[in-house]
Design a protein around this ligand. Structure first.
Ligand code: ADP
Ligand code: MG
Length: 612
């Protein structure tokens, strides 16, 4: 039989490659703008006709190209930006793959005009479907202009997939907007069908945000910046009132490159936890700066995806930076008390800003209820009892989760129960479900399950960052039968399960063996807890895009926590409350339900119609 393999012609190979780089007119605009920025331009103009169907042009006043480079630029893998493998690991330009111009030229008619500052004549190169149709000197201003006509004229399949002109233009606009956000120091304009749509002068970042989004939105954002462990972040965060109904107004840049990262989006979202209504998302513009050696931007030809060397460190950094910025702006959090505010006018609970300086306006009734919380390690003592047998380990054993300095702010909050009250105020368990405290200023009702969940959740999350949770070795290991899929899932989760305090082995395809469980697991539940955690883990709302660890922490805390219906002794209740008030966000459980509700005396007085 004759050989059947042959090498694709460069034209066909380029067409195929172009499919990945240039998916729609907006991708061409993105590549051209990136080239202009890499060429040190100070002004970028984009000209569009019929949403790029008939014409796309990007003009810059950057470095320009020599006649030789102008021709070579259209070859595949032709780049001036990297030359060695080491360069690839240390990318400081937006382009580096040397395939944008080749890809564009493979699927369109392209004209390039370019001139370097040191020469008087420029160069004009015209390419049709990958072939050079013209290459000659010409008059040109310093810089480069690339004109693309009839994009996808020779790839009808691709052309068919384009959406309406309005949609394609929206994509182009988004690309330009992101570039403009990332580079406020550049002048940026777009002209569409001869109409000037955007005309931005160089500005400072705040001004640029206002220019792009309008004064109204820009008054609803505040700027912030933070730095830790070699990563820095700056940008703008929307106040909760300016939350959006979708994630489309979230702008993320990594080393000035627009990128998408579900994980970082989620970190920001998580920082806003409980500040936003369900189904709404924060507006943000975030600039992350990180050593290029610690990220891989070469994940996909479109260069929108990135891989961090240490994904979870970046996640934690962003979470903590945003959380602390929100708290510094007194936005964290009006927690759990919303429902109650229908009845009481003074439910605007606010944490104190870092440093204990209170900036929030709080209603009168709450003030007296709030006392500074004790420092870590100041355990509430349990008079006359040892805590050894309690489901709650004594407070002294609770490790502080590792937090960057940025995160400290949230904890500086004030709590509705003094330490003295925690220790000695009258306490009842109601219906084996709620804990009722009589405080000096009123009543505090705590949901025992939600409270314990919060404690266990933060403990679990803390241990991911740090050392292992305490484990109790089981005298008789439990063997659990499970599906091959579950066994595989457990296998994946083993490192995290271990850090929570489990000791688990996968045994064959359909069994796991539990040798140890966290100290917090109640006696009698050692064998059943893992399958129940797993069920919840699998169930957890996919749309939330939770990180596996967070999902695990949530499932674990929910399953290991005391339930409604579990009787608690007084000592157990006090120990639980002690731990609760050491958590970072004691007011809500990990699922967002309130942990406590307070009724102040003035509240009660008002409800009973007392005037004094
Ligand atoms: P890459 O940007 O990955 O290097 P491109 O195909 O986008 O690949 O561009 C190829 C080369 O052409 C670039 O490396 C650069 O040297 C040159 N080039 C492209 N656009 C411009 C421009 N606007 N100004 C100056 N040089 C450019
Ligand atoms: Mg490029």
């Amino acid at each position: 039989m004759a050989d059947r393999i042959s090498i694709l012609s460069p034209t066909l190979a380029n067409k195929i490659a172009a499919g990945e780089v240039i998916q729609r007119p907006a991708s061409a605009v993105k590549e051209l703008l990136e080239n202009a920025i890499d060429a040190h331009a100070s002004a970028l103009s984009v000209i569009v006709k019929d949403a790029g169907n008939t014409l796309l042009q990007v003009i810059d006043d950057g470095d320009g190209m020599t006649p030789g480079d102008a021709l070579l630029a259209f070859e595949r893998h032709a780049t001036s930006k990297i030359s060695t493998y080491d360069d690839l690991l240390n990318i400081r330009t937006l382009g580096f793959r040397g395939e944008a111009l080749a890809s564009i030229a493979a699927v369109a008619q392209v004209e390039l005009r370019t001139r370097r500052a040191e020469t008087e004549t420029g160069t004009k190169v015209r390419i049709n479907g990958g072939d050079v149709a013209e290459n000659e000197p010409c008059a040109a201003p310093k810089g480069t202009s690339v004109t693309i006509k009839n994009l996808f004229y020779n790839t009808p399949a691709r052309r068919k997939f384009l959406k309406s002109a309005a949609t394609e233009f929206k994509h182009i606009y988004d690309v330009v907007q992101r570039v403009a956000l990332a580079h406020p120091d550049l002048a940026v304009s777009i002209r569409s069908n001869d109409e000037l749509i955007l005309d931005l002068r160089p500005a400072d970042p705040g001004r640029r945000v206002a220019d792009l989004f309008g004064e109204k939105l820009s008054s609803g954002v505040f700027s912030f910046n933070d730095e830790a462990g070699g990563i820095s972040v700056s940008g703008f965060l929307g106040k909760p009132d300016f939350a959006r109904k979708s994630r489309t107004e979230q702008y993320l840049f990594l080393n000035a490159r627009p990128v998408v990262s579900r994980s970082i989006q989620h970190a920001v979202f998580q920082a806003y936890e409980h500040l936003l209504e369900k189904g709404s998302f924060p507006f943000f513009v975030l600039f992350l700066t990180i050593d290029p050696r610690k990220v891989d931007v070469n994940v996909h030809p479109a260069k929108m995806e990135v891989k961090f060397e240490d994904d979870s460190a970046v996640y934690r950094f962003v979470l903590s930076a945003v959380r602390s910025a929100l708290s510094a702006h007194n936005l964290v959090p009006a927690l759990g008390l919303r429902d109650q505010s229908a009845h009481s006018g003074d439910a605007s609970l606010r944490f104190r800003a870092p440093g204990g300086v209170e900036r929030g306006d709080r209603g009168s009734g709450w003030d007296a209820l709030f006392r500074p919380m004790p420092g870590p390690g100041e355990a509430p003592s349990v008079p006359g009892m040892t805590t050894a047998s309690l489901p709650f380990t004594p407070a002294g054993q609770v490790r502080e989760p590792a937090r960057s300095s940025a995160e400290g702010g949230v904890r500086g909050g004030s709590m509705p129960l003094s330490e003295e009250e925690r220790r000695s105020a009258p306490i009842w368990q109601v219906h084996n479900k709620y804990i009722l405290f009589a405080t000096g200023q009123g009543l505090l009702l705590i949901d025992q399950h939600a409270a314990h969940e919060r404690v266990l959740y933060e403990r679990a999350v803390g241990t991911f960052a740090q050392t292992q949770n305490k484990s109790q070795q089981l005298l008789f290991p439990h063997s659990i039968e499970c599906s091959a899929g579950d066994a595989a899932l457990i296998q994946q989760l083993i490192p995290d399960l271990e850090s929570i305090g489990f000791s688990v082995r996968v045994f064959g395809k359909n069994a796991v063996i539990v040798d140890g469980v966290p100290l917090d697991v109640k006696p009698g539940e050692e064998g059943s807890i893992l399958p129940r955690i797993l069920d919840l883990y699998k169930e957890d709302d996919q749309s939330l895009q939770l990180q596996p660890r967070e999902k695990l922490a949530k499932s674990y805390s929910c399953r290991a926590a005391v339930k409604a219906g579990d009787p608690l002794s007084e000592a157990e209740m006090r120990a639980l409350i002690g731990h609760l008030f050491e958590t970072e966000i004691p007011f809500v459980c990990p699922h967002g339900r309130p942990v406590m509700i307070t009724l102040s005396l003035s509240d009660l007085d008002r409800r009973f119609g007392r005037t004094s």
